[in-house]
Design a protein around this ligand. Structure first.
Ligand SMILES: *Cc1c(COP(=O)(O)O)cnc(C)c1O
Ligand SMILES: [Zn+2]
Length: 413
């Protein structure tokens, strides 16, 4: 473990030590973790990975920490499910679902938080903090509890009730802010400068946090027998996850663990009610204009995405697209995935499936491609999005006659 060279500015390439820094002093560009890939190549092989734990930590050589005892609730190495029934409905061929509903707190955020808090602990932080659209709140509160750290979690006050309760139960400080995520995020940027002794996972330790998303690429390649997909579909909030999936496939290619990682097409998915990246893509624009979110996909409701431009750049350079879907289509997408594959995803998963359906219908995602859809969170936290669209098939008296009556009706209709 421990092949980090330091941090590097994504804009001007200036180098910085691997401490709690996130923007370049010279050009205000975002900082990114740089590795000594020659040294990684000497340590990491397909067999060394296979001998590792069934978590993200099997890829520790490509994660920005040196600790051999990570803050770990078991995030990662989630199933890659061959989705033939869904493929048939969508007119696709070889389709997989990366089922990240199966993480410790039910979303892919456990990957990034496990990495962020491991690094934070190494840097001597005793307090973990974040601005969250919901899933990050769950994950930071849970991992902080696991690490014995205090936590301060800031959320928009209109979050799904379940996400509030399933965060509060871990016992840290949970502060509901009257405002949307972008208001919460602005407050947290101010708090972060007042409290340099707090590790804000998506502010001052963001470069480390975001590296955790690379494991979404590593796992898919390993689970495909060290091959890469042709096309992946990824939901976009801040855009961090999408850019790091791209970096993950690139790193595997650099290390010679796969071939063709740089030609994976990467497409993004957003909700119409918060689609700044999809709008920029459709307009052929380089500018991601902030919007005021209004969608049931609250986990994706970031109106001013920090990595929006970089996500757009990845999509364009890999030959993908960014699509967007309505709230009604999101619920349809959730129901389609549940009905065809037995996987209950949250609204963000509905965004991904509904966008995939559109891209398949328009021929952008092709039948001859090997496709992976990233399903990033569990439906149990966003049950309210289903409203009364689903419910009992019938409600009857406890008698055979009553059951026979509805069976009869069923046959007639
Ligand atoms: C946070 C989140 C995303 C998007 O992550 P970004 O890296 O901010 O783009 C996607 N799906 C779910 C369920 C999330 O909670
Ligand atoms: Zn710079």
């Amino acid at each position: 473990m421990g092949f980090v060279e330091g941090l590097r500015c994504r804009e001007c390439s200036r180098s910085y030590p691997a401490t709690a820094l996130h923007v370049c002093d010279y050009c205000f560009g975002p900082l990114e973790v740089a590795y000594d890939y020659k040294a990684v190549a000497g340590s990491m092989s397909r067999s060394s990975i296979a001998a590792g734990p069934s978590t993200i930590w099997r890829y520790a050589d490509l994660l920005p920490v040196s600790s051999t005892s990570p803050v770990d609730l078991g995030a990662g190495f989630t199933p890659l499910v061959r989705a033939d029934r869904l493929a048939a409905e969508l007119g696709l061929g070889e389709l997989y679902v990366k089922d990240d509903t199966r993480n410790p707190t039910g979303s892919f955020k456990d990957r990034v938080v496990s990495v962020a808090l491991t690094k934070a602990r190494e840097l001597g932080f005793k307090v973990a903090a974040c601005a969250s659209t919901g899933n990050l709140a769950n994950s930071v509160a849970a991992h902080a509890a696991r690490a014995g750290m205090d936590s301060y979690v800031f959320i928009p006050s209109n979050l799904e009730r379940v996400k509030i309760q399933t965060t509060a139960v871990f016992g840290g400080k949970l502060v509901a802010v009257d405002g949307n995520y972008d208001d919460v995020n602005r407050l947290c940027a101010e708090l972060a400068s007042e409290h340099p002794d707090w590790a804000f996972v998506n502010v001052n330790v963001r470069p480390y946090y975001s590296e955790g998303s690379k494991t979404l690429a590593f796992e898919v390649a390993e689970q495909l027998g060290w091959e890469v997909p042709d096309h992946v579909v990824v939901p976009i909030a801040s855009g961090s996850q999408l850019t790091k999936i791209h970096k993950g496939f690139h790193e595997l290619t650099t290390l010679g663990l796969v071939e063709g990682g740089d030609s994976v097409r990467i497409s993004g998915a957003q909700a119409d009610g918060c689609s700044p990246v999809a709008t920029a893509f459709a307009d052929g624009s380089d500018v991601v204009r902030p919007v005021r979110p209004d969608t049931i996909a609250k986990s994706l409701a970031i109106g001013n995405p920090a990595d929006g431009w970089y996500a757009l750049d990845v999509v364009r350079s890999t030959g993908g697209v960014v699509g967007s879907v309505t709230d009604a289509e999101i619920v349809e997408g959730m129901r389609l995935l549940a009905r065809t594959e037995g996987i209950f995803a949250e609204t963000a998963g509905g965004v991904t499936i509904a966008t995939l359906a559109k891209l398949a219908a328009s021929g952008v995602v092709r039948r001859d491609e090997r496709v992976v859809a990233y399903i990033t969170g569990t439906g149990l936290k966003t049950v309210e999005a289903l409203g009364d669209q689903v419910g009992p098939s019938a409600t009857i008296a406890p008698t055979l006659a009553a059951f026979a009556a509805i069976e009869q009706e069923g046959h007639q209709s």
